[in-house]
Design a protein around this ligand. Structure first.
Ligand code: SF4
Ligand code: SF4
Ligand code: SF4
Ligand code: FES
Length: 981
């Protein structure tokens, strides 16, 4: 710490700290239009000029040194600040009263108020450009753009989509998309970073326009008239009077605009933000303080909420009668559910019922569902969709390091010297997490290796891209491990001190020579050696993986091989290292954590442990079943075997997202009684006997747990849509009709019970999670959490990790003469999973209306396929008809089909093969034959899809080019007199 003086008052600062941060911390008010703490110094506005020994410096760019004396209000500094701001006003009209951005947080308005400028010596100059409304989610108004460049910095260096730039050399600079395209036809992925950081109304969410203010919804000509009046009276009244009026209007808005904190309902990154609403209209999503994301979002979190108010929402329970559904009252539907469950249990025993929890719903709801299964019905037949994706990764970590979760936070990934991404399309499936890797790679020299079948965005950015043959990751991972051990590149001290099982593991590597790996994986030995050397030379290695690893018949073993590799190279126990299985759904981590599994109660406490059971039995006052129940995969088989008669599923689209969908659908139709609880009439509802209308995340309270093991609270934004109910209330209603006598009034009471029964969450409570506060498990009873795991020991009784020996497993399905093409599948950025929510977002549907099959240029030429050609894909399990998209993202005879389709779900083509340990389906091991159909349609992706854009990477906003303009000079030489109030 060093002392500095601000306006004569001594302040403590850290050496090298930005002056602006010290000034702000001291509570000294100073103008700072372009500065945003999460963007760093951009230096485009000059409004933060301060006086240090008579020299003017930009407080956002200068850093502290001991004894520095900073004057923020000297005559020189004040004149410079006013002149700089006056130049800004020459680009912007202050019509605040009729502006949708007049909400108390407009930087221009507030700076005008701070500096008290009354009249503009430099007049407003119109720019020769029209507004751009070609993106469905936001619009750009060049006339109001002050050229601060925040948006450019955010796009180039935070989101790293590199779409935005300002050509400072132009006579009338403006923000450019792809160097001059319309927004709609650019590479913009609609993440919203630029809109979020824009300090004024130049970039605004379409959902705000005409909605936020009392006068902003006026017709355009009336609005223009009012703006002209404002401009007309300004010379006489000065800005002070105009601002007073607009501030009164802004205060009026407070009574009708609500800002509510929530957590994103889509992927597992766990972005949190405020949602601004006016009645049931969503004005905007404002990310700012989220511990994971700060100002970041992707298109789904920022703009993907139309589904909440969709007319398709279920608002009445439905009961199947005579092959058709009829509407029913809640009482009738719940009575029927309880009666049927009780009858089936009485007739066939508790294990004839099964329960599937939702990884989209809250921790509290998963807890109640498993409590219903175990304590009320008496079965462990309980699972969630981590069975479809994450269970093998969890297994790999259980085997080797002890906890089934990411070993650190996203911040720890940012600190790695090398990030290795395997089988994860991170930029599309975990977009905000990917931005942090892209930033570290672009700005801080982090190295990146990507191994995947597809050459997706992260692959294109990588320093090294590997394209192994499908299903062979375990081979190259083990071969690299063996090579490191044999060539003295393992971390022997770490192994000696922290790891058990070395000799047996080393023996198991015998078959995995470089030569064998190169042949099996279709990679060169040189490439594999390069991987090994990059790992050995890196200051720290984080490995990120997802479904490309887990959804294989050796998913658990490949995950284990990843953790083994990290252990032998000492890449655990410190920041910048560790294992990161990227959780797919917003709460897939939490659903498993909270006991929605056939073998675990909450916090991975085993159902066959008598001590655990007796603790729960004492609390719940019941006898609990002690043997592992059925998982999702086994449930369907048990239906076919006639053992499983009834199922209760909420918030899951099982009939589309389980593999071998035809087989699963037929299984579901054989159930004697099937209850589905959802917000829409999903494809799975077609098989139901009773459908119960639930409420989405914005209509309830609770907690979600993200991929970082981060538990966060969501607050209720809207009342449940009339007729629907939060899932926890429905589950409680069912339980009580079966005699449970539960009386939870609020999810916080449910969590209190969870914490009391679960050492992993002992210190979690709603007070500690208030607002944007969060906790990363394990959480001790005093509230201490662990953002980085294993800093003191591994999670085994002796504190040591375990190397786990592996043997070779081959994929269960390989292309053959009959089914000659490999079919890969997964997500797209703009749609989530099957698309039940995202197809109900207008803008997303326009930009990405349908699924498609990606075909390589080579295969397209060989078969005479072009983008838009209809093809029929046939596997041993089913058929789909879909349009082709020719792209170099896929190679040779490998196809890729995004899973966002209810009409042509890719899972009609996948098999029932599973990972041997966890029963996770081997979705990624599918082979098909392709028949070209005579019809040729439009390209399945319209021209306004971002994939057709051409980004313009550059080094941030590049303000030096502005400073080189002949008309630029540093403000503060006193040439311009600025009248103030
Ligand atoms: S990608 Fe589009 S929405 Fe995201 S910051 Fe860039 S321009 Fe803005
Ligand atoms: S559009 Fe960009 S450059 Fe213009 S005011 Fe907004 S953030 Fe600044
Ligand atoms: S989908 Fe994922 S990355 Fe996108 S805003 Fe939501 S949590 Fe963040
Ligand atoms: S805030 Fe320092 S130059 Fe803009």
């Amino acid at each position: 710490m060093i002392p500095v003086t601000i306006d004569g008052v001594v302040q403590e600062a850290t050496s090298g700290e930005r002056l602006i941060d010290i000034i702000n911390r001291a509570g000294v008010k100073i103008s700072q239009v372009c500065y945003h703490p999460q963007l760093g110094p951009i230096q485009t506005c000059d409004t933060c000029m301060v006086d240090i020994n008579g020299q003017l410096v930009r407080a956002c760019a200068a850093t502290a040194s001991a004894g520095m004396e900073i004057l923020t209000k000297s005559e020189k500094a004040a004149a410079a600040q006013r002149e700089a701001f006056d130049r800004i006003l020459s680009n912007h009209v202050l019509y605040c009263t009729v502006c949708d951005n007049n909400n108390g947080n407009c930087t221009i308005h507030n700076t005008e108020r701070l500096l008290g400028i009354e009249h503009q010596p430099i007049p407003y100059r119109s720019k020769p450009y029209e507004e751009d409304h070609t993106n469905p989610f936001y619009r750009y108004d060049p006339q109001q753009c002050i050229l601060c460049g925040r948006c450019v910095e955010a796009c180039q260096n935070v989101q790293v989509n590199e779409t935005l730039s300002i050509r400072w050399e132009d006579p009338h600079p403006r923000v450019l998309w792809d160097g001059g395209s319309t927004i709609g036809e650019s590479s913009c992925v609609s993440c919203g970073h630029c809109v979020t950081v824009c300090p004024c109304n130049a970039l605004m969410e379409t959902s705000m326009l005409g909605q936020a203010g009392f006068f902003t919804g006026l017709p355009k000509h009336a609005l223009s008239g009012m703006i002209d009046i404002v401009k007309g009276i300004e010379p006489e009244t000065g800005y002070g009077a105009i601002l007073k009026l607009s501030e009164a209007e802004s205060h009026m808005r407070e009574s009708r605009v609500r800002r509510t904190k929530t957590v994103c309902t889509y992927c597992g990154v766990g972005c949190s933000f405020d949602i601004w609403t006016k009645d049931r209209h969503i004005l905007k999503v404002e990310p700012l303080e989220g511990p994971t994301n700060g100002i970041s979002t992707c298109v789904k979190g920022k703009f993907g909420w139309d589904f909440v108010n969709s007319p398709d929402r279920l608002t009445k329970p439905l009961i199947r009668e005579g092959g058709k559904f009829r509407e029913a009252s809640w009482d009738e539907a719940l009575d029927l559910v309880a009666r049927k469950f009780a009858d089936i249990k009485a007739k066939n025993g508790p294990d004839s019922l099964a329960f599937v929890s939702s990884s989209k719903c809250t921790n509290e709801e998963s807890y109640l569902m498993q409590k219903l299964a175990r304590a009320v019905i008496g079965t462990n037949n309980m699972d969630n969709c981590s069975r479809y994706c994450q269970a093998p990764a969890t297994q790999g970590l259980f085997r080797t390091v002890g906890y089934g979760g990411d070993s650190g936070s996203i911040r720890d990934i940012e600190n790695a010297g090398l990030v290795l991404i395997i089988g994860s399309n991170t930029a599309e499936s975990h977009p905000v997490l990917a931005t942090r890797v892209k930033q570290a790679h672009k700005l801080r020299g982090q190295k990146l290796i990507v191994s995947d079948l597809r050459e997706h965005e992260m692959a294109k950015r990588a320093d090294l891209f590997l394209h192994p043959k499908p299903g062979t990751d375990i081979v190259w991972l083990s071969a690299v491990s063996r090579y490191l051990l044999e060539n003295g590149m393992a971390h022997t001290e770490f192994l000696d001190q922290w790891v058990n099982g070395f000799e047996e593991y080393k023996k198991s590597l015998a078959p995995f020579t470089m030569e064998f790996a190169a042949r099996t994986c279709g990679l060169s030995e040189d490439t594999l050696k390069k991987v090994a050397h990059m790992i050995a030379e890196a200051s720290g290695v984080c490995i990120l993986w997802a479904m490309g690893i887990t959804q294989h018949s050796m998913g658990s073993d490949s995950s284990t091989a990843i953790s083994n590799l990290l252990l032998i190279t000492g890449n655990y126990m410190r920041t910048g290292t560790g294992a990161y299985p990227l959780r797919g759904h917003n709460n897939v981590q939490g659903a498993s954590d909270h006991g929605a599994m056939p073998n675990f109660l909450t916090g991975y406490q085993s159902v066959d442990d008598p001590e655990v059971r007796s603790r729960f039995e004492a609390s719940w006052n019941v006898q609990l079943p002690s043997t592992k129940g059925l998982d999702n995969h086994e449930m369907i088989e048990a239906v076919y075997e006639g053992k499983l008669k009834a199922m209760y599923l909420f918030g899951e689209e099982m009939s589309l997202v389980d593999s071998n969908a035809n087989f699963v659908g037929e299984g579901l139709s054989k159930l004697e009684f099937f209850v589905v609880q959802d917000i829409f009439f999903s494809a799975t509802c077609r098989f139901a006997d009773v459908v119960l209308p639930a409420s989405p995340s914005l209509e309830k309270e609770g907690t979600f747990t993200s991929t970082e093991r981060r538990i966060q609270r969501l607050y209720q934004v809207f009342e449940p849509l009339e007729g629907s109910r939060p899932d926890w209330q429905i589950i409680q209603d069912v339980a009580n009709r079966l005699g449970a006598n539960w009386s939870y009034q609020h999810p916080s009471e449910i969590y209190r019970e969870v914490a009391s029964l679960t050492p992993l969450f002992a210190g979690v409570n709603y007070e500690r999670l208030e607002g944007f506060k969060s906790l990363q498990w394990p959480v001790a009873s005093d509230g201490t959490d662990q953002p980085l795991l294993y800093t003191k020991q591994f999670a085994f009784p002796d504190g040591k990790a375990r190397l786990f020996p592996l043997s070779l497993t081959e994929p269960k399905e390989q292309p053959s003469a009959e089914f000659d093409l490999h079919l890969n599948n997964g997500r797209l950025l703009e749609h989530f999973h099957e698309g039940n929510m995202t197809y109900r977002v207008d803008g997303i549907r326009k930009k990405t209306p349908d699924t498609f099959i990606e075909v390589s240029p080579e295969l397209a030429e060989e078969r005479g396929i072009q983008s838009g050609t209809w093809v029929q894909l046939t596997s041993p399990y089913g058929q789909v008809r879909v349009r082709a998209l020719v792209t170099d993202r896929v190679h040779g005879k490998e196809l890729y089909m995004p899973m966002n389709s209810a009409k042509s779900p890719v899972n009609r083509l996948t098999s029932s093969h599973t990972d041997a340990v966890t029963h996770t389906p081997a979705y990624k091991e599918a082979s098909v034959r392709l028949k070209v159909l005579p019809e040729v349609g439009e390209s399945p992706l319209p021209r306004i899809n971002h994939r057709f854009g051409h980004p313009t990477p550059q080094n941030g906003v590049e303000v030096e080019r502005k400073w080189k303009r002949p008309d630029y000079r540093v403000p503060g030489n006193g040439l311009v007199q600025i009248p103030t109030n």
